[in-house]
Write a protein of this length. Structure first.
Ligand code: FUB
Length: 325
């Protein structure tokens, strides 16, 4: 009998210890919460953020290259929304290159802007065989989440309209800025940075295509404004850093201000967008940081805070794993 009681007490002690260990493990919180990359279940690149009412909408290309493929495979754009820059909700796929009858693929960089209650989505795609090279198209919708449809029925910009360089991928990466007078300007380019004013309908050019001379311009221009300064940030050199220039006018002259963001870990591109949301500025970019096969063709969107100096110049971005806490 004594022995039985001893054994039962011993078993009870073991059960108690196991429960205590399990509880202590459950109570242990990871001291660091990694919010970057913000999307962990898919590879995403070329983020373009839009602030509309009390939300941020994030448009990104879906990187779908298999692990052994070192080139872009991008067949759709994705859209996410957030009210706090920390939690992101995915919505149904809003747009694909196949929604443009004249395009044959490649959901490269894009940007959505709102004008008079309509949402215009400027995209990079590959044009079908009738015009060689990349092209810029425009889709339109009544809601930031779509549905979107081709707004023109043909490309807005094609490779044969620009002759500054012989490459076929120089008409990519559109960014649009609508000034205080409601006039829209489209900037874009690879190797050469180009811009043109748009008509009020957002789907026609209003004047000739112009160029901007920027040091080591690779691609990915993005225009934003703070106080009375315009900022033209862009991918600089290759592998890409992000650099920027400032101007008092949307059409320049632009004064080069240096590097804003370093090469983004494990990705040869960096592709930024810059927004202000609820009083804080954010730098949205991509790197290749998903541990399982992340890299230049399997990228991931990240967000970090952006700060300014007193003279309006921007402080160098500090890329973090923690992201927005
Ligand atoms: O995603 C394809 C291309 O890679 C983009 O258009 C460029 O900006 C670079 O990020």
């Amino acid at each position: 009998m004594k022995n039985l009681i001893k054994s039962l007490s011993f078993l009870a002690l073991i059960a108690f210890c196991e429960t205590a260990v399990a509880q202590s493990a459950a109570n242990q919180t990871d001291p660091v919460k990694f919010n970057n990359p913000i999307i962990k279940d898919k590879y995403t690149g070329d983020p373009a953020a839009l602030v509309y009412k009390d939300k941020v909408y994030l448009y990104a290309g879906h990187d779908e290259a298999p692990n052994d493929v070192n080139s872009y495979r991008m067949r759709e754009w994705l859209v996410y929304s957030s009210s706090d820059m920390k939690t992101w909700q995915e919505h149904p796929v809003p747009l694909k290159p196949t929604d443009f009858a004249w395009a044959k693929g490649d959901a490269w960089a894009s940007q959505v802007v709102e004008k008079n209650g309509k949402f215009y989505w400027f995209v990079t795609v590959t044009h079908n065989e009738s015009i060689h090279g990349k092209a810029i198209g425009v889709a339109v919708g009544d809601n930031p989440l779509g549905p979107f449809k081709d707004a023109i029925g043909k490309a807005l910009i094609t490779n044969d309209m620009t002759t500054q360089t012989k490459i076929s991928w120089d008409d990519i990466d559109p960014t649009i800025y609508i000034d205080d007078a409601g006039k829209a300007y489209l900037y874009w380019g690879n190797t050469v940075c180009k811009y043109v004013k748009l008509k009020d309908n957002m789907i026609e050019m209003d004047g000739e295509i112009q160029t901007v001379d920027l040091p080591k311009f690779t691609e990915a221009p993005w225009i934003h404004k703070r106080k009375d300064w315009y900022y033209l940030s862009y991918a600089y050199d290759f592998p890409e850093k992000i650099a920027y220039a400032m101007s008092k006018s949307i059409t320049g002259p632009w004064e080069f201000k240096g590097i804003l963001n370093e090469v983004a870990g494990n990705s040869n591109t960096n592709h930024q967008s810059i927004i202000e949301f609820k009083g804080q500025w954010y730098f949205v970019y991509h790197n290749g940081s998903i541990p399982t096969n992340g890299g230049s063709f399997r990228r991931s969107v990240c967000v970090d805070k952006l700060f300014y100096n007193k003279d309006g110049t921007m402080k160098r971005v500090i890329m973090t794993s923690e992201g927005i806490q």
